[in-house]
Design a protein around this ligand. Structure first.
Ligand code: PLP
Length: 359
């Protein structure tokens, strides 16, 4: 089976982990600090704060901007559940807005219609690795005095107008989960230029401690270990190559599939990190089954929009409320695009997709 994702673990990672174990200093320490400095430099921001996972990073991001009970946060229903769960974790209310048909990201026009007196922030998602429309969303946020929070868990290395994700919103959350473009098993990062938010994040990840055994507010244990940071440092060092290979793989698929299925759209001002290569086809489920018989793994990200999940039912949304997101859930299919898929395998994948469509 050609897998949909496969972590790249080389000798460097193994050596780096061993060195941390041998040093005897395995919790948050020197490696975490080094990772934070290099990650901030990579994104072009003042601060990066490492945490235990991407969901924690989103939770910290919301809390650092003082979002809590009574506040509404507008977000996409077409994303991984963690995006909206983090809003619940902060005690705020998620308000869904529909997505743009071409990019799969939040539609700025749909967002503006959802703004009320209680709206405090927009939490946008860079789905599949494509930056959201930060230009339009940033203008809306400014006009209505809202905070712009980015879920960039899938888009590390992508750019908008030459600026990297992580530098495009007031605060950004990244994930270093095993299947993400760069990973350390489980891990997360927060990036921001806001000194106060960065200071809050550093306390919040460690029980709200502001000096040893003195606690300013309720925080959590969201620390990253030096073992994880050592792996992430190796991955960050290779991010240029990783992203380049994903883009090359995507271009190869696009060259064979254009006109057969709907291929990923890349707005002219953006570069895509191709966390996923996602096509649209009306015969999605039968194509997926066909590919399975040909030993090709494909996945549906995501089969159900969040507004139809039971734990968001209290919001009172129903089928038909976000037609573009709902349609996407029925027609999207992600094909293997990760750096370990070979040119020959990509050719085979494209051939089988064409064959299924009678081409
Ligand atoms: C992976 C992911 C997350 C959560 O990250 P974890 O590290 O698994 O907690 C959040 N949002 C999106 C869009 C993701 O893809």
């Amino acid at each position: 089976m050609i897998p949909i994702a496969k972590p790249m673990i080389g000798d460097e990672e193994k050596k780096a982990v061993l060195a941390v174990l041998e040093s005897g200093m395995i919790v948050q320490g020197q490696k975490v600090k080094e990772l934070e400095e290099k990650f901030a430099a990579f994104c072009g921001v003042k601060h990066a704060i490492a945490v235990s996972n991407g969901t924690a990073a989103l939770h910290v991001a919301l809390k650092a901007l003082n979002i809590g009970p009574g506040d509404e946060v507008i977000t996409s229903p077409f994303t991984f559940v963690a995006s909206a769960n983090s809003i619940l974790m902060a005690g705020a209310t998620p308000v869904f807005a529909d997505i743009d048909e071409k990019t799969f990201n939040l539609s700025p026009a749909a967002v503006e219609k959802k703004i009320t007196k209680k709206t405090k922030a927009i939490l946008t998602v860079d789905l599949y690795g494509l930056p959201a429309d930060y230009t339009a969303l940033g203008a809306i946020a400014k006009k209505h005095q809202l905070k712009l929070i980015a879920d960039a868990c899938q888009s590390v290395g992508a750019e908008l107008n030459g600026k990297k994700t992580g530098s495009l919103a007031d605060i950004t959350a990244f994930s270093l989960y095993a299947t993400k473009n760069i990973m350390c098993g489980e891990g997360g990062m927060i990036t921001t230029n806001d000194d106060a938010a960065a200071d809050f994040a550093k306390k919040f990840r460690h029980h709200g401690q502001h000096q040893q055994y003195s606690y300013e507010f309720l925080g959590y244990n969201y620390r990253m270990t030096d073992i994880a940071a050592a792996i992430a440092l190796c991955q960050l060092q290779r991010i240029g190559k990783i992203t380049e290979q994903r883009r090359k793989n995507a271009a190869q698929l696009t060259a064979s599939l254009n006109g057969i299925v709907r291929i990923p759209f890349i707005p002219p001002a953006s570069t895509h990190a191709f966390h996923q290569y996602t096509i649209i086809t009306e015969q999605r489920d039968s194509l997926r089954n066909y590919l399975k018989t040909k030993e090709i793994d494909s996945r549906i990200f995501y089969p159900k929009p969040l507004h139809l999940e039971p734990h968001f039912a209290y919001l009172g949304c129903k089928r038909g409320d976000f037609p573009i997101a709902e349609k996407a859930c029925e027609t999207v299919l992600s094909l293997p695009v990760h750096p370990l898929v070979t040119e020959k395998e990509l050719k085979y994948i494209a051939e089988k997709v064409r064959e299924f469509h009678g081409m």
